[in-house]
Structure formats: C-alpha cells, structure tokens
Design a protein around this ligand. Structure first.
Ligand code: UD1
Length: 363
C-alpha cells in the first residue's frame, strides 16, 4: 500500500513523524513524503526535519507564499501531477492548513482514498481560513482520525458515517512524549539567560490578531503591563514580523525591555522554553495541546477554540484580544490556586500506532 503523506506548514511536521515511525514497523506500507513548500524558511521547515529526524521529503513542490486562492491552486496543480505519476493507493493529510485542503481535493477528485488525521475539530468560526479547510477536508475524507471526543461529536452531527470515524489520540503528543529527553537537554534557557527566573512565552500569528493593527495594539497594550512583571519571550512568526515592521508597533515593542523578541525557534528549544515557563500566551492551535501535556497554563488570545478538551481539563483559558481580559487572566494565572490539568483520553504517545493498525485493517 503506497501512502503519500502530505506536509506543508510548520504544524504539520511534528504530526507526520510518529506515523513515519509506525509505518517502519509494517512491510505492507510504502510511505512517500510530499512537502508542498508552503513553509520554506530554515526556521519554519528544514530545522524541524533535522531535529525530529524526518526523512528528507521524496518530493518538494516549492509553492511558497501567496494569497489563499493562489497558494491552494498552485499546490493542487503541482500535487495532481505527482499523484498521476506516482499512483499512490492512499493520500494522508494532517491538520488544517492550506496544504491539507489542496491535496485533499486533488486526491478525492482522482478517486484516491483520503485519510485525515486530526479530523472533526471545529471552532465554529468561518472567518478562520483553517475552519474552512477542516470542514471541506472532513467532508471528502474516507477515514477520519480524531484527537478528542468533540471531533467525533462534530462529525456525527455533520452526518459522517460512524464506520469512517475513529478516536485515536493525538499524534502531536506522540512526538512530544518521544522527544522528552531531547527536549530536556536543550540549552535554550542558557542561551536566553533565563535560568531560574520566571518568564512567559508568547506566540502570535492569526490574521485576527496581527493583520488588524487595532487588535494587535490591544494585545501589545496588555503585554506592556505583563512584561513589567516578568519577561515575555516572543518568538516572532514571519507573518507577525512583517506586520510589526510595516507599522509603528515595531518601534513600540522595541522600547519594551521586558518583551524579548526572537526568531521562530526549533522544535526542541521551543518545547524546552514552554516547559519551563510560568505561562504561555498564544493564538496557535497546537500549543494549546502541548501546554496541556506540559502542564503549563495557557492563555489563548482567541474568542474560540477548536480544541475544547484543553479547556475542559483545566489547562487553557480563552480570553480573545481584549487588553483588560488578557491582563486579568494573567493575574489570575500567576496568583490564583491551580488545579493540575488531567491528560485527555488516549493522549498517551500511541496515536500513530492506532492509526496504522486501523489503516491495515480497513484498507
Ligand atoms: C499557516 C497556517 C496556520 C498555521 C501556521 C503555522 C494556513 C491557512 N494557515 O499560517 O494554520 O497555524 O501556518 O505557522 O495554512 N512566511 C515566511 N516563511 C515561511 C512561511 C511563511 O516568511 O517559511 C511568511 C510569508 O510572508 C507568508 C506568511 O508568512 O505570506 C504567511 O504564511 P502562510 O503559510 O500563508 O500562513 P501562516 O500565517 O504561516
């Protein structure tokens, strides 16, 4: 069974690794990695392959950045040629990025079995490009693997047949648990002179927070107060850097000594940084899950989450981008009593093995 595994953007890379390892254990599967090139910088892509030991992609489509329509269309054109030539039995996509939906459409239209890993998540906010990607990908997938019960419930509600849906756990957690000792060995705290002092970590890249200067300024207003209390390590995504440099906000953040800007970090350094932080402020999806496993409080600068389990288990708080709400959540997190979050069901490091076993049985 030839399986083409699609990766494109930073959050895809750590999800594909445990699947590659699980395929190694079965002779019946011939895996191929196709990198769309949606992310292409050393820090956003190559570093992850290197640190996580992902085999070099068999094919790189080198599509790069563009508008949503152009990026999606370019991936579709290039991926269709690959599928027609390579004739895989299965195309497997992960997550919710433009590479996910583009390759899903190609596979479905060529009648190739389509597998979606991390299916069923819903923010119920269609202004997020990722929500459109999730809905369309799920609606054309043949087998759908969910990380949490809400994903199963959403798919049932949308009429997806029960035989196609499986709760298997979280492949991102597989990677985190497998790399625990390597993460502990990272020197990042020394490099950033953070040993022993409390600090917060910040990531921000959602269009709703960084493309709108008014919203971005509301977040910066909150950061200005918080970073007087403890340093904030802000690993700046390329999209965010662009918006900072093209507005007066760039000059403003440079004048905030407690806000320490870095380039995007590699996987091991970033996980080490988060694991030692007092708290993490983010608008990412995956970081809400990683902080749950690391048992570090997460304040999510969004109005909604497609990962409600992280709220239910008590590790994540949704605050949006209102200045006062961010500051209030920060104060509550650092001063209030905290109950230890529970680990969600099946987030045990074996999701990829479950997926591969089901693939062998069903296909
Ligand atoms: C994408 C995903 C998002 C994911 C995020 C993680 C979609 C719709 N969005 O958002 O779900 O959380 O990746 O990073 O697929 N850029 C670079 N170098 C790179 C990649 C991007 O400089 O290696 C810059 C480009 O200027 C580009 C911008 O970042 O225009 C946005 O990149 P893009 O991949 O379109 O979306 P992200 O915001 O990264």
């Amino acid at each position: 069974m030839k399986i083409v595994n699609v990766v494109g953007a930073r959050p895809n890379f750590m999800k594909i690794v445990p699947l590659m390892t699980a395929y190694d254990a079965c002779e019946e599967i011939e895996p191929v990695i196709v990198h769309t090139g949606q992310h292409y910088d050393e820090q956003m892509s190559a570093l992850f392959f290197h640190q996580l030991g992902i085999p070099e992609p068999d094919i790189n489509l080198h599509v790069g950045s563009a508008t949503h329509a152009v990026q999606t269309a370019e991936i579709m054109k290039a991926f269709e040629a690959v599928v027609l030539q390579d004739k895989p039995d299965v195309v497997l996509v992960v997550g919710d990025v433009n590479s996910t939906i583009a390759c899903s459409l190609v596979a479905a239209k060529l009648g190739i079995k389509l597998i979606h890993v991390e299916a069923g998540l819903r923010s119920f906010d269609r202004s997020m490009p990722e929500e459109i990607n999730r809905i369309v990908t799920d609606s054309i997938s043949d087998l759908l693997f969910c990380t949490e019960q809400s994903g199963m419930d959403n798919l049932f509600r949308e009429g997806v047949s029960e035989e196609k849906i499986f709760l298997v756990g979280n492949v991102m957690v597989d990677t985190l648990l497998k790399n625990k000792s390597k993460i502990e060995k990272s020197n990042v705290l020394n490099h950033l002179s953070l040993n022993g002092c409390p600090f917060a970590v910040l990531t921000l890249h959602r269009p709703a927070n960084v493309d709108d200067p008014v919203a971005f300024e509301r977040v910066i207003d909150a950061l200005e107060i918080i970073c007087e209390d403890m340093p904030i390590i802000f690993t700046v995504h390329p999209r965010t850097r662009r918006h900072l440099l093209s507005s007066s906000l760039g000059e403003r953040v440079k004048r905030m000594p407690g806000l320490r800007l870095t380039y995007p970090l590699g996987y091991l350094d970033f996980l080490r940084l988060m694991s030692s932080a007092k708290l993490v402020l983010t608008d990412s999806g995956g970081i809400q899950e990683e902080t749950t496993i690391l048992k570090v409080p997460c304040i999510t600068l969004r109005e909604n989450t497609e990962r409600p389990i992280t709220i239910q288990v008590g590790s994540n708080t949704l605050v949006g981008n209102d200045t006062d709400k961010i500051i209030e959540a920060y104060r509550k997190t650092v001063s209030g009593p905290r109950r230890e979050p529970q680990i969600p069901p099946l987030w045990d490091g074996h999701a990829a093995e479950r997926i591969v076993n089901i693939l062998l049985e069903k296909l």
